[in-house]
Ligand binder design. Sequence first.
Ligand code: RIB
Length: 319
Amino acid sequence: MKEGKPKILVVGSMNMDLIMYNVERIPKMGESIYCTGYEYVTGGKGSNQAYAASMQGADAYLVGRIGTDDNGRALMKQLEEAGVDTSFVVRDEGHLTGLSTMNIDADGNYFSIFASGANDHIKPEDVERAMDQVDFDMVVMQLEMPLETVYQTYGMARQREIPVFLDAGPAMSIPLERLRGIFIISPNEAETAALTGIVPDTKAHTEEAARWLYEKAAPRYVLLKLGSRGALLYDGREMKWVKGYHVDAVDTTAAGDTFGAALAVQYCKGADMETAIRYGHAAAAICVMRKGGHPSIPTAKEVERFLLENKVGRREQNK
Ligand code: RIB
């Protein structure tokens, strides 16, 4: 295990989430449907990852953009209380803080509508400023920001030999050439389908999608997040299926963000990739049993307790 806390740079979105509970179905255009309640909760993929990395015991830094509005102030307050270094977050006077409506069904799954606001203006220079000042152990990012910033962040990290974990959400088809050689590319099922054109609905299709991604992005690892089927790790030689935990989900918001950040922290602390994935699964399992983005993200102690209480042998978990 490495000494000290890993330094993780998260680059990405900061949103206020308007969470609507018990949305029965996706409405048609012109139709209004009821839900049972709502609340405003701080979130956004980047902000969730930074929050989770800090809760998992890293020195977490966030590069992102907010407006000069109440939603931006609420986000900063939550992140700072969680110990995230927000000194590289830009307050953008020309744009509103991002907002996402999270429409949650009775099983905790959601569809969302996203107004990206200031997130659309995250610039490579914002990232460079952070990288010039701190020696990071890993960069964690997603796609809720300009793609040019995603590509240039990878380029800058690569120059500095910093491994990059890309959570490939939200679902979109992007050219992968400029990400060739990235450390980890990690889409969920919908994102895998959008990136590869292959729906990962069977073992064979899932492994085919992993091979496709490996060929296009030439990463060290492809890591597919497969919901109740766990995760598939592919390093160009071996397909490793790592099962997750079955829990009663109430809200899956931030589960993928928490999984990636927890995994990144564990890996930087010296865990092997499979152990880090199991840790990520445990963190995500706790997250889905709670409501909201930031408030649902567990501490390292909570994850360790969960792992002890749900101890299964490696062989048994992989059956
Ligand atoms: O990954 C979950 C996040 O995606 C939510 O917090 C929402 O803001 C959307 O960006």
